[in-house]
Every structure is written in structure tokens, then in C-alpha cells.
Write a protein that binds this ligand. Structure first.
Ligand code: 5GP
Length: 193
């Protein structure tokens, strides 16, 4: 069976979801891993689509029952994690799993899945560009932007050398071409089957 996984991690503002969605649009055999979270749904988000939503108590209970492959308190009070049942659900269909996950979670998943995994770190071209993107988004206060930029800086330092591939997301067309090649090479590499 084709038990492969592709992991995408990035600091916020680096363009991770755009790249993950691009890959999903090209590969019907790749399926998005729906994470569990204890944060509240945003906007139109629905249970079982973007996330499986739980209360913090339910989440802690599931941690105690060892239902997670990995889990993190990504922001204070907000838990996120990959359920073992989600991995089994996708592999049972013969699909390859794609993860959109924070940097620490990405490193943990790579450690768990080893050669079955391709891990890609998406990097904004520079801290200054990242700051400009967050300003351009217009959804964060100045203070929140500085907090996110500082977090991104430490994540970039932490990530160095821990991922199979680092993708610098400067020009989107170039990033798409590069990520398509890395993913295709990984999918056609029978050594890791
Ligand atoms: P958001 O709340 O904006 O949807 O996600 C916040 C962060 O949590 C993002 O960096 C996202 O990639 C990360 N995240 C989503 N699912 C998981 C998960 O299952 N495990 C971990 N460790 N992080 C996750």
C-alpha cells in the first residue's frame, strides 16, 4: 500500500495554505488531513471539514486516551493535533496524506513517519517581506504583527536543517513549479513505498 505522507509547515504569512491547496488541486490521490482543535470555529468553518472541533476538556481526554499521533498547544489554551483515526481513514482509501501543521508538529511528524514522509518548510523571502504581508492582510494589530514576526523568526531558526526541503515563497509561480517537482519526485520514488 502507498502509505505516504507530505508535511507542510511554515511561519504564518509564508503562504502555506495557498501552496497546500495548489497541490490538492493537482492530485486527486492526495487527501488533506483534518486536524482536531480546541479553538472555536471561525466564519463558515464546519466540524469535519476544516477541523474536528472539540472543547479543551474533550481534547485533554483524547490525549489521555492516546488518540493522537501528535498534538501541540499552538497558542495558549488552543490545542491542535493529528488523530490516529484520521491517518488510518486516509490510508485505508489508498490516498497520500497532506498535513498543514505548525513547525514543531511538522518536525514531530517527520520523526514519526521517517522515509514515508516528505517534509517541506515554506519560508517567506525575508522577515521584512513577512511583516509587509501581515500588514497587507489587515487582520492583525501592530502588536500582533510584531508577535507573529518574532515567532516566525524563531521558527525559521528552529526549522533550519530539520526539513527535507525548504521552499522560499518569493514568486508564487516559481514556488508552484518547485513544489510540484518535489512532490512528483517523492510520489514516484518507489524506494520509500
Ligand atoms: P489556525 O488556527 O490558523 O487554523 O492554525 C493555527 C496553526 O496550527 C497553523 O500553523 C496550523 O498549521 C497549525 N495546526 C493545524 N493543525 C495542526 C495539528 O494537527 N497539529 C499541529 N501541531 N499544528 C496544527
Amino acid at each position: 500500500m502507498n502509505n505516504k505522507v507530505i508535511i507542510f509547515s511554515a511561519p504564518s504569512g509564508a503562504g502555506k495554505s495557498t501552496i497546500v491547496n495548489h497541490i490538492l488541486s493537482l492530485h486527486p490521490e492526495i487527501e488533506f488531513s483534518i486536524s482536531a482543535t480546541s479553538r472555536a470555529p471561525r466564519g463558515e468553518e464546519k466540524h469535519g471539514v476544516e477541523y474536528y472541533f472539540f472543547t479543551a476538556d474533550e481534547f485533554r481526554q483524547m490525549i489521555a486516551e492516546e488518540k493522537f499521533v501528535e498534538h501541540e498547544e499552538v497558542y495558549p489554551g488552543s490545542f491542535y493535533g493529528t488523530l490516529k483515526s484520521e491517518v488510518e481513514r486516509i490510508w485505508a482509501k489508498g490516498h497520500v496524506i497532506i498535513f498543514d501543521i505548525d513547525v514543531q508538529g511538522g518536525v514531530n511528524l517527520k520523526r514519526i513517519f521517517g522515509d514515508q514522509a516528505l517534509s517541506v518548510f515554506i519560508q517567506a523571502p525575508s522577515v521584512e517581506v513577512l511583516r509587509q504581508r501581515l500588514v497587507g492582510r489587515g487582520t492583525d494589530t501592530q502588536e500582533a504583527i510584531e508577535r507573529r514576526v518574532a515567532k516566525a523568526q524563531s521558527e525559521m531558526e528552529f526549522a533550519a536543517g530539520k526539513f527535507d526541503h525548504v521552499l522560499v515563497n518569493d514568486d508564487l509561480a516559481t514556488a508552484y513549479a518547485e513544489v510540484e517537482k518535489v512532490v512528483n519526485d517523492f510520489l514516484s520514488d518507489s524506494a520509500s513505498l
